[in-house]
Ligand binder design. Structure first.
Ligand SMILES: [Ca+2]
Ligand SMILES: [Ca+2]
Length: 319
């Protein structure tokens, strides 16, 4: 059932927010993380139109495809870099005039800038995401109205996207193979991580980072959420909604167009999940576009200047 629901989610709810289990405060986690979440990826995020993207190489950032192009700039605002806003210009002539590269069979899209970033995220290229703590970043809405089942709180409806960037945490629960490639999933748990969060409309494109032995690496790009939900399976009465649910039990999931499935209300919670396009499955394709200099690049460039090396080497993807 989870797979079907997830498939439905892919087709019908391309995630259009960070919602916290622990608080309704819309200003929660709108500044750089500290403590155990310090340097967990926030510093690599930037504004791309109404959404986020992540810097992955000196001249490249990655984001989602499904919200379309969002103008010709990428801004590393002061909230991310701790200094002042820096706006970069996208190379609209890149990729033979396309202006971007799509990773085939996924929701991932890469843009090139004309200038250079001063820092960029390391990519997670391993296969052991499941069980790792993650941090996700997005510009969706905060909590909306309570979702009650027989007067018991099961979660919150999605609030309107406010455009504020937030970060939250969760734990990778599985890798889901979808029509749009591998997706990292994380469920919205009542007893979850310290900053347990899920997504809502507007969070798409933001980076998902995992803690790989103490170093936070980009492992995903926010894509989607489970949904929609309803208290009834009556078509056409406009009662359906998107929500962050730590328990879907007692509600219908689906849509008026594709039908509704009732989720039994059991004693154990049945949390909804969010989905992020998986970086590791696509790291070779990503690195074939977004060339990252090797650690020795300065030395190689120096050698080239001296005539010893005529071409810069390309990095070999580490799978
Ligand atoms: Ca969780
Ligand atoms: Ca309905």
């Amino acid at each position: 059932m989870a797979a079907i629901l997830a498939l439905f989610c892919m087709s019908a709810t391309p995630c259009q927010a960070i919602v916290f289990y622990g608080t309704s405060d819309s200003m929660h986690n709108t500044t750089a993380p500290t403590g155990i979440f310090q340097n967990s990826g926030w510093q690599y995020e930037g504004l791309y139109g109404a959404y986020l993207g992540t810097m992955i190489a000196p001249q490249y950032f990655i984001t989602a495809q499904h919200f379309g192009t969002q103008g010709n700039t990428f801004t590393q605002s002061s909230i991310f870099n701790g200094g002042s806003d820096v706006t970069y210009n996208i190379d609209t002539a890149a990729n033979s005039g396309m202006g971007y590269w799509d990773i085939a069979g996924t929701d991932l899209r890469i843009f090139k800038i004309n200038e250079s970033f001063s820092s960029y995220a390391p990519l997670y290229t391993g296969a052991s995401e499941v069980g790792l703590t993650l941090v996700t970043n997005g510009r969706g809405g905060p909590r909306g109205a309570d979702v009650l089942v027989s007067s018991v709180l099961h979660g919150w409806q999605n609030g309107a996207a406010d455009g504020n960037a937030r970060w939250g945490s969760n734990k990778v629960s599985s890798i889901y193979s979808s029509a749009l490639g591998d997706l990292i999933t994380a469920n919205f748990s009542a007893n979850g991580t310290a900053e347990e969060a899920t997504l809502s409309s507007g969070d798409s494109g933001g980076g998902v980072f995992v803690n790989d032995g103490g170093i936070w690496k980009l492992a995903g790009v926010n894509y989607s959420i489970d949904g929609r939900f309803d208290t009834n399976n009556t078509v056409g009465n406009s009662s359906d909604f998107d929500a962050a649910l730590f328990d879907r039990g007692g509600l219908y999931q689906g849509s008026d167009s594709f039908g509704w499935s009732f989720v039994p209300n059991l004693s154990q919670d049945n949390p909804a999940s969010f989905y992020a396009s998986r970086i590791s499955s696509n790291s070779a394709a990503i690195m074939s576009i977004a060339v990252v200099p090797e650690p020795h690049s300065v030395f190689l460039v120096l050698l080239a200047a001296l005539g010893y090396v005529t071409q810069r080497r390309r990095i070999t993807p580490q799978l």
